[in-house]
Write a protein that binds this ligand. Structure first.
Ligand code: NDP
Ligand code: HSE
Length: 432
């Protein structure tokens, strides 16, 4: 075993960083044995230096992250600050000064992964980011390495712990949306700005990363169709239950049947209670990967939180340190297919539409005609007159599979009918 330690700079010491530091300290002996050299925490960059940080030598704390990554003796930079800047500049500076990088920063990887990959390659360093998608679950490495000889056609799953926690609490405990979000935040699951979670930006960033790696192409954040969970109501959850379904925020990345394009989307969807994703509770994540030769693989585990995420960071740290000792590097970007990303309008799926309509003869036929005119075939219809005697009925239509553009056209036309008083909700139905 080499006695000279590998030096690690930790950028950020919050929910994730503090756990990374704790595990590095408590498991130092095992990590050294597995790597073949000791790893030493050489510095910890934070924003608030006076904050008490248990188990961390105060002499290591600095607010000058740039000086830390420029020191020249740092072997690995672990970036767990989050956000675009200063994280991007710190990572590229780290490469310039000879360090490899482990990051948990999905927002940055989705926004500008190409710049990071290019900088890593230019300087012959590693860029590892297992923790950026689905917390503790090994998913990036299986896609980048284990499945590198197969052809992945679909990646579908729950990749945001916070929203899964909120939907689960609303569904099973009758909790309110805000109350559940507060609980997820207190447990360290939510992003610094939880809007990223509830509006679907975090899941969209993860979908972009997964689609890029799975299909060997570049998929940016703007390529991902995104809807969050802020519009999901307890009425939607009740309606799903009546259909034998539940509601989950899904990320779905697909290769087109002709293989010439891909799609990536994030939105709430109803899934049958019999589907394995329906039983994914709290902040757990689960992802199905469908590959030509392997068939269907399922990855499941804790998707957020300090300790699970630190596990993924530490796995990368060990891999990067081993590479360093072997004077090797792991896989870089693989985007050779250059497949275009098709718009959401071309995605084909099923829909659950709740309408408030006038409770009078002929309305159902009128509504059905609009669906037919747009080529959207109806599977089931449920109508119930309201008890308050206001002359309205709740109409729920579930369609067969149809292109998203056809459904949008249908809804637009429905809104123009005098007899349709409102479109209460539109939700896709997946997993059947
Ligand atoms: P936190 O907000 O808990 O921690 C952020 C840390 O970065 C804090 O220690 C903060 O310092 C420090 N920091 C902020 N700005 C600067 C700066 N300019 N210079 C130096 N340090 C700075 O975030 P998390 O630990 O939750 O998340 C970190 C990263 O991990 C993000 O990219 C996130 O998306 C990702 N991630 C998080 C998961 C989770 O479950 N929380 C799961 C998977 C990934 P100070 O302590 O002084 O405020
Ligand atoms: N905020 C993220 C989530 C953290 O809830 O999934 C894990 O990436």
């Amino acid at each position: 075993m080499r006695t000279r330690p590998l030096k690690v700079a930790l950028l950020g010491c919050g929910v994730v960083g503090s756990e990374v530091a704790r595990i590095m300290t408590t498991h130092a002996g095992d990590l050294a044995a597995r790597i073949g050299a000791p790893v030493e925490l050489a510095g910890v960059a934070v924003r608030r230096p006076s904050k008490v940080r248990e188990g961390i030598d105060p002499a290591l704390i600095t607010t000058d992250a740039t000086a830390l990554v420029k020191r020249g003796d740092i072997d690995v930079v672990v970036e767990v600050i989050g956000g675009i800047e200063p994280a991007r500049t710190l990572i590229t500076t780290a490469f310039e000064h000879g360090a490899s990088v482990v990051s948990a920063n999905k927002a940055l990887l989705a926004e500008d992964g190409a710049t990071l990959y290019a900088a890593a390659e230019r300087h012959g360093r590693d860029l590892y980011f297992e923790a950026a998608v689905a917390g503790a679950i090994p998913l990036i490495r299986p896609l980048r390495e284990s499945l590198a000889g197969d052809k992945v056609n679909r990646v579908l799953g729950i990749v945001n712990g916070t929203t899964n926690f909120i939907l689960d609490r609303m569904d099973t405990a009758g909790a309110g949306y805000s109350e559940a979000l507060d609980e997820a935040t207190a447990l360290g699951y939510a992003e610094a700005d939880p809007t990223a979670d509830v509006e679907g930006f975090d899941a969209a960033a993860k979908a972009a990363i997964l689609a890029g790696i799975a299909f060997h192409t570049r998929v940016g954040l703007d390529d991902v169709h995104r809807e969050g969970i802020t519009e999901v109501t307890s009425a939607d959850l009740a309606s799903a239950k009546r259909m034998g379904c539940t509601v989950k925020l899904l990320a779905i990345c697909e290769r087109a049947a002709d293989g010439r394009s891909v799609t990536a989307r994030v939105h709430p969807a109803m899934i049958p209670l019999s589907h394995p994703l329906a039983s994914v509770r709290e902040a757990y994540n689960a992802v199905f990967v469908e590959a030509e030769a392997a068939g269907q693989l399922m990855f499941y585990g804790p998707g957020a939180g300090g300790s699970p995420t630190a596990s993924a960071v530490l796995g990368d740290l060990v891999a990067v340190c081993r590479n360093k000792l072997n004077e090797a590097t792991g896989p870089g970007e693989s985007a050779y297919t250059q497949l275009p990303v098709s718009p959401m309008g071309e995605v084909v799926t099923r829909y659950h539409i709740s309408l408030d309509v006038a409770d009078k003869p002929g309305v159902l036929a009128q509504v059905a005609t609009v669906f037919a005119e747009h080529g959207v075939s109806i599977d089931t219809v449920r109508q119930k007159g309201r008890q308050d005697g206001n002359g309205e009925a709740a109409l729920v239509v579930v369609t067969h599979r149809a292109p998203d553009a056809a459904l949008s056209g249908t809804v637009e036309a429905l809104r123009k009918l005098d007899t349709v008083r409102g479109v209460a909700s539109i939700m896709r139905v997946e997993g059947e």
